[in-house]
Write a protein that binds this ligand. Structure first.
Ligand SMILES: [Mn+2]
Length: 437
C-alpha cells in the first residue's frame, strides 16, 4: 500500500499537498492523524466526498511499502505513522520513505530515501510545479484547494517567506479555474462565540517579554478548547495586537499545555523557540505541547528560550551613514544647495563649533526661495529643534521617531558628538533586501 500523510492538525498546505501527491501517485491513500485545523475541518464538511482522507488508526499500516510525507519532516509531528517509520528504519528495503517539505531541517527529522525540500512559502507550490512539469490536469475544485494551501502558508503572498515561485504557482492555479471568492470564504471563517470569548480572555493577559530585541509577548491561560481552536484564536490575537511575535500558552485540565507561536520578524525564530519544547514550525508560525508542567514554569522556560534565541535587532549604528557631512550656520543657501547636490543628499545637520545646532533640508531651502530669501544663510531657515537618536538604539525606535515627528533624517549622537546620520534612504536600502527565494 502507498500511503500519503502530513502533520497532525493538518492545515490547508498539508491537505492540498496530500491531494496533489495523490494525483502524482494514483492508487495511493491519504492517511492522516484525523485532527485538522479548524478552517480545514469546516472545508471538509463540504468536500469530504470529493477529497477522501482516512484516519491512520483505521488503516492497516503493516501493509504500507511506500510512505510519502508532506509539509513536515519531524517525527514528533508524525506519531500517527510512527509504526511505519520504525519499520522503514529497521527494514529500509521493504519500506521506502519520500519527503516533500519546505521547513528548515531539524535533528528530529525522519530519514528519507528521497527528499524534495525547498525553502518556498508553501509546500503545495513544489507540488503544483511538479504537476505542471508532468502536464497533469487539475480541475477547478483541485485548483481551489491548492490555492488555499498557498494562500494559507504565505499569508496570501504577504509573509516574508513567500516568493516568486509561490506567486507563479498561484497564477497558474487561477488559470486552471481556482475560485478566489471561495478561497476567501474557506481560508478565514469568522470566529464562533466560544472562540471570540477565548480571544477576549487571551488579549487581557498579554505580557511583553523585556529585552527580546523585538516586541515579543506571551499570553498564558487555562482553557478546555481543542488545539485547532487555540491555533485560530492565537492567529486572530496576533493580527489585532501590535507585537512582532506572540506566544500563547494554553493549559488544559489534563495537565497538557499547548503553545502556539505567531510572528512576523526574522529576529524571532518561532519554529526554533518551539523546537525547545519538542514542537516546531517556521519563522512565522509554530506549535508545541508540554506535559505535566505548571503554567508558570512553561512561561518561565519560554521567556528564557525567547531571550536565548532572538537575534539582536538591527541597530542605528549598523545602518547610519558616517562620517557625516555637516554645514555651518553661516553657510549661504546657494552654497548649501550645490553641496547637497554634489553629495547626493537631501539635507544636512548644522554644526557650530562641534555642537549640533539645527538641521536643514532641501525643502527648507525651497521654502526660503519661494519667500524671496534665497540668498540668506543656513541659520535663517534651519530647524532648531533636532530629533536625534543614539548609535545603539534599535532601528525600530528610530523608525518610530521618524514616523512620529515626520522627519526624514536623524543625526546620531554619541553623547554630544555627532557620529553619523540615519536617513530615509539608509532605511529603505536596508528594508528592500532581496527576496528569500
Ligand atoms: Mn506548509
Amino acid at each position: 500500500m502507498k500511503l500519503i500523510t502530513s502533520h497532525e492538525t493538518t492545515d490547508f498546505d498539508g491537505l492540498a499537498s496530500c491531494v496533489a501527491l495523490q494525483k502524482l501517485l494514483p492508487g495511493a491513500l491519504i492517511g492522516l492523524s484525523g485532527g485538522f485545523s479548524s478552517n480545514v475541518h469546516q472545508y471538509l464538511a463540504l468536500h469530504r466526498d470529493r477529497f477522501r482522507t482516512h484516519r491512520c488508526q483505521d488503516l492497516d499500516l503493516k501493509a504500507v511499502d511506500l510512505l510519502v510525507v508532506t509539509d513536515v519532516r519531524k517525527r514528533a509531528r508524525l506519531t500517527h505513522v510512527e509504526p511505519v517509520i520504525e519499520r522503514a528504519a529497521k527494514d529500509p528495503l521493504r519500506v521506502r520513505v519520500v519527503v516533500w517539505d519546505h521547513h528548515p531541517a531539524s535533528p528530529d527529522d525522519l530519514h528519507a530515501d528521497e527528499e524534495h525540500v525547498q525553502p518556498v512559502g508553501s509546500v503545495t507550490t513544489l507540488l503544483v510545479e511538479e504537476l505542471r512539469a508532468r502536464a497533469i490536469d487539475v480541475d477547478r475544485e483541485e485548483a481551489t484547494l491548492f490555492a488555499l494551501g498557498i494562500h494559507e502558508d504565505t499569508g496570501s503572498l504577504s509573509y516574508a517567506r513567500s516568493c516568486s515561485r509561490d506567486a507563479a504557482a498561484l497564477a497558474w492555479l487561477l488559470g486552471q479555474g481556482a475560485q478566489s471568492g471561495l478561497v476567501q470564504r474557506f481560508l478565514r471563517p469568522p470566529l464562533d462565540p466560544l472562540e471570540r470569548e477565548l480571544l477576549v480572555r487571551l488579549v487581557a493577559v498579554v505580557e511583553e517579554v523585556p529585552r527580546a530585541g523585538a516586541s515579543v509577548a506571551i499570553a498564558a491561560l487555562e482553557t478546555e478548547e481543542v488545539p485547532p481552536t487555540l491555533a485560530r484564536v492565537s492567529t486572530e490575537a496576533f493580527r489585532i495586537l501590535p507585537h512582532d511575535a506572540l506566544f500563547c500558552v494554553f493549559r488544559l485540565r489534563n495537565g497538557k499545555s499547548h503553545i502556539v507561536g505567531r510572528g512576523q520578524t526574522d529576529t524571532v525564530p518561532i519554529g526554533a523557540i518551539l523546537g525547545d519544547f519538542g514542537g516546531g514550525g517556521h519563522a512565522g508560525a509554530g506549535a508545541a505541547s508540554v506535559h505535566d508542567t505548571p503554567l508558570e514554569e512553561v512561561v518561565a522556560t519560554l521567556r528564557q528560550s525567547v531571550a536565548r534565541r532572538c537575534r539582536q535587532p538591527e541597530l542605528v549604528r549598523d545602518l547610519m551613514s558616517s562620517p557625516v557631512r555637516t554645514v555651518s550656520p553661516d553657510t549661504p543657501l546657494p552654497e548649501l544647495t550645490s553641496s547637497l547636490r554634489e553629495w547626493g543628499h537631501t539635507g544636512a545637520p548644522v554644526v557650530d563649533g562641534g555642537r549640533l545646532v539645527g538641521i536643514i533640508s532641501r525643502r527648507d531651502v525651497e521654502r526660503a526661495q519661494r519667500q524671496g530669501r534665497a540668498e540668506m544663510a543656513v541659520k535663517s531657515c534651519m530647524a532648531h529643534r533636532v530629533h536625534t537618536v543614539a548609535p545603539d538604539a534599535p532601528l525600530r525606535d528610530a523608525l518610530a521617531q521618524m514616523r512620529e515627528h515626520n522627519v526624514g533624517r536623524l543625526p546620531v549622537l554619541d553623547g554630544a558628538r555627532i557620529v553619523g546620520i540615519l536617513s530615509r534612504e539608509d532605511v529603505l536600502g536596508y528594508l528592500y533586501e532581496e527576496s528569500p527565494c
